[in-house]
Structure formats: C-alpha cells, structure tokens
Ligand binder design. Structure first.
Ligand code: GLN
Length: 186
C-alpha cells in the first residue's frame, strides 16, 4: 500500500511522520511525474489553499488528482485540503476540486483568534485532540455528507463517499485515530 501526499506547499511532513509511525509507505507529490505511479490513497495537507490550488494547476497536476478523487480514491484532506474539496466557498470566489457537496468558509474564526486547541468527537471513534490554525469550517453540507465532528456548533469534519475532510490538523497531535480511520478506508 502507498499513499500519495500532496507536497507542493504546507504541512505535509507532519502527515509523513504519522504514516512512518503507522508503518505505511508514502511518496511526496511535488511534480507531474510523481503522479505516474499508482497510489492507494491521497492526503491533501494544510497550508494555504490559494497557493496550493495555484501550484497544482501551474504544475499540471490538478486534473490528474481530480480524476483520482472522482474515481473514488480514498482522500484525507486537512484544513487547506478541506477548502480544496469544497463544492463552494462562501467568502472566496475561487474553486478547486469541488468534490464534496458542502459550503466552506475560509479563515472562519477570524485571523486573530483563528488558532486554538480543543478535543471533540470524531465520528464514532471517540474524542480526539484537535488543533485549529486559521481554520475553515463547514457552513452547510448536503445530507449525503456524514458529519464527523462539530466544535462550538460548527461542522469541522465530514465524510463524503471516499473523502474525509477536516478543518483541524490531526497530524499535529499525538493521536493516530484519524489516520488509522483513513487507512481503514483503503
Ligand atoms: N487559512 C488557510 C487557507 O485559507 C488554511 C489554514 C491551514 O491549512 N492551516 O487556505
């Protein structure tokens, strides 16, 4: 099994450390030629969605990745990754993969209080630590999207078909629950 981790910008190293701990093979997706082999799952890390989206298009990686997602490859998307998967952004007119029927607000907590740490339930897997960094949240999701996590009344985790999208950064905490659930989808 091998996971492709989008590594054009952002917090991809932290995901790699978690996969190392789980003994899962992975490769960094930095350029188009990195997409020439087969992967069993895809990680879209946190970072800056605008930069990531722009680079993926400039590097001619975007359409291939969109094809993989549409072909039901399991995807774990965190923070900026959640923004890339949203069908619609409520405070930005950019659009990216649009593969989850949800409306996401970028920097939803405001720029000053945008970073915090808490703990909340992750689906039926129990309470896990959650680190938010200038995070988005989900303003609304179609009924077909399963809501995995809610913090302060805001949806911060959803699963839709093959995709898990989280507003927080599970890779920054010492808890393997999210990555184990993702690997379990493969
Ligand atoms: N604020 C970033 C964005 O809009 C996301 C922050 C993050 O990934 N930690 O893309």
């Amino acid at each position: 099994m091998a996971i492709g981790i989008v590594a054009v910008q952002g917090a991809f190293l932290e995901h790699e450390k978690i996969l190392d701990r789980l003994g899962i093979e992975y490769a960094e997706l930095r350029q188009k030629s990195d997409l020439d082999r087969e992967y069993d799952g895809l990680i879209l890390p946190g970072g800056e969605s605008t930069v990531q989206g722009k680079l993926l298009k400039e590097l001619d990686m975007f359409d291939t990745l969109r094809g993989w997602i549409a072909a039901d490859m399991p995807v774990l998307a965190t923070c900026a990754g959640m923004i890339l998967l949203a069908e619609k952004l409520s405070n930005d007119d950019k659009e990216y993969f649009r593969s989850i029927p949800m409306t996401v607000r970028r920097n939803a907590y405001g720029r000053q209080v945008g970073s915090f740490h808490t703990a909340a339930a992750f689906g039926d897997k129990g309470v896990i630590p959650m680190t938010f960094i200038r995070a988005p949240f989900v303003e609304s999701a179609a009924p077909e999207a399963e809501i995995l996590s809610v913090v302060d009344g805001n949806i911060v985790g959803v699963r839709y078909k093959n995709q898990i999208a989280l507003a927080f950064h599970p890779e920054l905490d010492d808890d393997l629950t999210v990555h184990q659930a993702f690997i379990g989808m493969i």
